[in-house]
Design a binder for this molecule. Structure first.
Ligand code: ZN
Ligand code: ZN
Ligand code: ZN
Length: 252
């Protein structure tokens, strides 16, 4: 067991070797087998089969997603509790990482030693994209240094809409479908004079820019306009059509 952790450590401090995926996969498999044996773990052969499948998928996988793949490829291993326990072992021994993104089931991804990346998370379709940017990493260290903060690790998660969700999006949508944190501009108000008057009383009219403070299925929609928070009920939100980008960047 000591040997295993020592070898992990030494490969972490050295510059990561670039191995072809198959060799890397094979190495990880051997290391995992070694650890499991050193712990007298149960069902080692089956766990290695799960590892093979996990390593063959270059995606962020939920437990449900993994179950789907197992159902196709190795139905004999289909047992949610066993799969969950095995994935937790992968994480514990450094072969996988569990990521908890907001609004999503936890996802598992490969843990490649010495490699770091950050994430874009689409709040509409759940798509997760990875990115790595040396300049951003350098800047984060630089900022930490200015605060005399010794950073050990970080996660950067950027929430928003992915390119395909943006492309599918209607140019104008009802306010009720706007996402948390989004800035929108009122383009049309549906409904008669009564609705217009009610909105006018709240200081809202065509052209007004809003920031979506909170849009959840329960409770009213909270928006900010000109520094004030306004609560808009679902019935009224339906009648307000907005464009997804506020062109007046200076207006809150
Ligand atoms: Zn980063
Ligand atoms: Zn998306
Ligand atoms: Zn990732």
């Amino acid at each position: 067991m000591f040997g295993f952790f020592r070898s992990i450590k030494s490969s972490q401090t050295a510059a990561p070797e670039v191995l072809d995926p198959q060799t890397q996969h094979q190495q990880e498999r051997e290391q995992f087998q070694e650890v499991l044996q050193s712990f007298n773990a149960s069902r080692i052969e089956e766990r290695l089969k799960v590892l093979d499948i996990f390593l063959s998928v270059e995606e962020h996988l939920t437990l449900t997603g993994l179950e789907g793949i197992i159902r196709d490829k190795r139905p004999e291993l289909l047992d949610r509790e066993f799969l969950k326990e095995t994935m937790e072992m992968f994480c514990q021994f450094g072969f996988a990482q569990k990521q908890l993104f907001e609004t999503q089931e936890p996802v598992y991804e490969h843990h490649h030693l010495g490699m770091h990346h950050d994430h874009f998370i689409c709040t509409r379709c759940g798509n997760i994209q990875e990115f790595a940017n040396d300049e951003l990493e350098r800047l984060q260290h630089e900022i930490a240094r200015q605060f005399q903060f010794h950073s050990l690790q970080h996660k950067m998660e950027i929430y928003g809409l992915c390119a395909s969700c943006m492309a599918q999006r209607e140019p104008a949508l009802s306010l009720q479908y706007a996402a948390n944190g989004e800035r929108v501009r009122i383009v049309t108000i549906l409904g008669g004079r009564e609705v217009q008057a009610r909105l006018n009383d709240m200081g809202l009219a065509v052209g007004t820019c809003l920031e979506i403070v909170s849009n959840h299925s329960s409770g009213p929609l909270i928006v900010a306009s000109k520094g004030t928070r306004l609560a808009i009920n679902a019935g009224l939100a339906k009648k307000i059509m907005v464009a997804h980008a506020c062109r007046h960047a200076d207006e809150p």
